[in-house]
Write a protein that binds this ligand. Structure first.
Ligand code: ADP
Length: 234
């Protein structure tokens, strides 16, 4: 399945309902999108509109109520068992608002961690060092997270997300804890990484940073529509 050429992400008619005391809470109501390898796509929308839910379903951390997610020829929503574990471990990389680096491991060791789960250890250290260099923190390989700046931590988190060469890089408010300068630099980095062929989806509130990405989609009332730029959604 891996490295089988262009793997288009096709999300079709996703719905998601959560049970709430007052009845079902319908968060997604037929959200669809298509993204090609190498594309960078911002996902905007009001707080609580379902952006994280959408990203989590694409990354198979959550299941939709109905609808499908396809990566190339694979129907992700129908995977289970070892195939689902393999998808999570090696087809998808996540970057969250909080870096989630393990404090007791160095930057290099954090980047190597996903290779243990995916069983892709051979040549891993060399790849990890290359990635740390690619994200601009090669000289920080032996530093522990507490010694890194916020921007450096997110760069290490991006390197960790890419170590298993995923088709999708899913970023949920990756610049939310960064100052403007570090945030802009991270977005620039993500756009550069996409040139290697990964599809990058970035949930963000920041319309300036969204405008730095290839295109934007606006999630409102459970569906996605092209974002035409303009003011930050409430
Ligand atoms: P956003 O990322 O756009 O802020 P979320 O996807 O986090 O939105 O949440 C969308 C809605 O779904 C919110 O109303 C939230 O309370 C609800 N929600 C999210 N996750 C759960 C869950 N695990 N159980 C119940 N409701 C949830």
């Amino acid at each position: 399945m891996k490295n089988d050429g262009a793997r288009t992400l096709t999300v079709t008619g996703l719905t998601k309902e959560y049970d709430a005391p007052t009845g079902p809470n319908r968060v997604l109501a037929g959200a669809s999108l298509t993204a090609q390898p190498g594309e960078t796509v911002a996902i905007l929308g009001p707080s609580g509109s379902g952006k994280s839910t959408l990203l989590n379903i694409i990354g198979s951390l959550d299941r939709p109520t109905s609808g499908s997610v396809r990566l190339g020829d694979t129907d992700v929503t129908s995977l289970d068992g070892p195939a689902l574990a393999a998808y999570r471990a090696s087809d998808v990389g996540f970057v969250f608002q909080d870096h989630h680096l393990l404090p007791q491991l160095s930057a290099l060791e954090n980047v190597l961690l996903p290779t243990l789960a995916a069983g892709t250890g051979e040549g891993a250290e060399e790849r990890a060092r290359e990635l740390l260099s690619r994200v601009g923190v090669a000289e920080r390989a032996d530093a522990f997270p507490a010694r890194l700046s916020g921007g450096e931590r997110q760069r290490v988190a991006a390197a960790r997300a890419l170590i298993n060469e995923p088709a999708l890089l899913l970023c949920d408010e990756p610049t939310g804890n960064l100052d403007r300068e570090a945030g802009d630099r991270l977005i620039e980095l993500l756009t550069g990484l996409a040139e290697d062929g990964v599809t990058v989806l970035v949930v963000t509130h920041n319309t300036r940073q969204a405008a730095m990405l290839g295109r934007g989609l606006l999630l409102t009332e459970g569906t996605l529509a092209p974002w035409e730029g303009g003011a930050e959604p409430a």
